[in-house]
Design a protein around this ligand. Structure first.
Ligand code: NAD
Length: 372
């Protein structure tokens, strides 16, 4: 189990933690004086009950903001939302596609983070109509209400590295730069690109500022994989290892991902609300480091020595991947990740070992079938 040990002397904004192997890590808590501007600010977080949204909510609350989450609450079976540790009094259950629901909340907000989405690449490919409803129509509704709102100062739209698409076959991992032409290869990526364009079209030059963040691969406790997904490899592989199931490496696990811990993601997102230079910008949120899925599996296997790694075919739409250009996030947000991938994976495994009930029923059933 992870043990919280103390605040770093002289820095109220950092916390030291020690994992089960005695390794000490430093985590930024409230890392930046600019964030003090959010004390007392009214912030709406759509999708605020999801993995990332709930971590953003937690950070906003720690900063003294008056944060409210709007969420449909159906992305996970109920117990998963419980793991995210949200204060139910701060959650409004509703759909971002409904103007009547969104309007009063946006009207009351000084800042809006639009993170609600059908947030799984494979599920969007299987159900394009549902993906467009949430990720296009819902985004259109939020942007329209933000444009009309009088109190709103800035909206942050959560986009994805999926807008970049894939490097050419045979090319090694490539760096994805914000200025290169986007080339999405999935319904999910296409819908995110539409949202970016719509935010720029509607909000440029108006009274409300905006910023687009392109998250790379987000991981970290308490992430719980969704059935049929080929994303969220840390959670998926760690849970499979925990259950004694083989670690399936689609396409040999040579795809790379730029892994960013959810805690670092939350900080980047909140900084995008207040960083002056972020206004009107599109910014990658990644580490700039390519990690292969195989490397992730191998790190997890150090905790589960009996884990078997098995190569399987690469599913359609599973990108070969790349890594983020990081100059803009450093220069415009003053942000860089604080949690190294290996530490974040170890931290996830520690959490999983302390919270095995987080493993979803559909994955347990697979383990039960494998045994019989
Ligand atoms: N997890 C990643 O690796 C990653 C990478 C890039 C971008 N993103 C983006 O980050 C955001 C948060 O993703 P997450 O990983 O926390 O996923 P998540 O599924 O945990 O959270 C998304 C939340 O949005 C809510 N939601 C979906 N449709 C809605 C609707 N129509 N109205 C209201 N709420 C709705 C869901 O109930 C869920 O709680 C999403 O926009 C996602 O596309 C995530």
């Amino acid at each position: 189990m992870r043990e919280r040990i103390r605040r770093r002397p002289g820095s109220p904004h950092h916390q030291l933690t020690k994992n089960s192997k005695g390794v000490i890590a430093v985590h930024a808590l409230l890392p930046d004086a600019r964030l003090s501007r959010l004390a007392g600010a009214r912030v709406l977080v759509t999708g605020g009950a999801g993995l990332i949204g709930s971590r953003i909510m937690r950070l906003l609350t720690a900063l003294g903001a008056d944060a409210v989450a709007l969420d449909r609450m159906d992305a996970y079976p109920h117990p998963v939302n419980d793991l995210f540790g949200l204060d139910p009094a701060r959650v409004i259950t509703g759909d971002v596609c409904q103007s009547d629901t969104v309007r009063p909340l946006v009207n009351d907000a000084e800042y809006v983070i639009h993170a609600a989405a059908y947030a799984d690449v494979a599920a969007c490919t299987r159900q394009p109509a549902a993906a467009c409803a949430a990720n296009v129509c819902g985004t259109q509704t939020v942007i329209q209400e933000v444009q009309a709102a009088s109190a709103a100062r800035r909206m942050v739209f959560i986009s994805s590295a999926a807008v970049y698409g894939d490097p050419a076959e045979g090319q090694g991992p490539v760096e994805f730069c914000e200025d290169q032409p986007p080339h999405p290869i999935s319904v999910y990526g296409n819908a995110k690109l539409w949202g970016e364009t719509e935010a720029r079209l509607r909000l440029t030059g108006g009274g409300v500022g905006f910023c687009v963040l392109r998250y790379f691969s987000v991981y970290g406790d308490p992430q719980v994989p969704k059935p049929g997904s080929h994303s969220w490899m840390v959670a998926c592989l760690a849970m499979r290892a925990h259950l004694g199931l083989p670690l399936l490496l689609h396409g040999g696990g040579h795809q790379v991902r730029d892994m960013v811990h959810v805690e670092d993601i939350a900080r980047a997102t909140v900084l995008a609300l207040v960083a002056e230079q972020a206004a009107g910008q599109t910014i990658n949120v990644g580490s700039g480091i390519a990690t292969s899925v195989r490397q992730i599996a191998e790190r997890i296997a150090t905790h589960y020595p009996r884990a078997q790694l098995i190569d399987t075919p690469r599913p359609e739409g599973d990108p070969l991947g790349g890594y983020a250009a990081t100059a803009r996030s450093r220069e415009l947000l003053g942000w860089r990740p604080t949690i190294a991938v290996k530490d974040g994976i170890d931290r996830y495994v520690d959490w999983l070992q302390a919270n095995p009930r987080a493993i979803p029923e559909w994955m347990r059933s697979e383990a039960a079938v494998a045994v019989t």
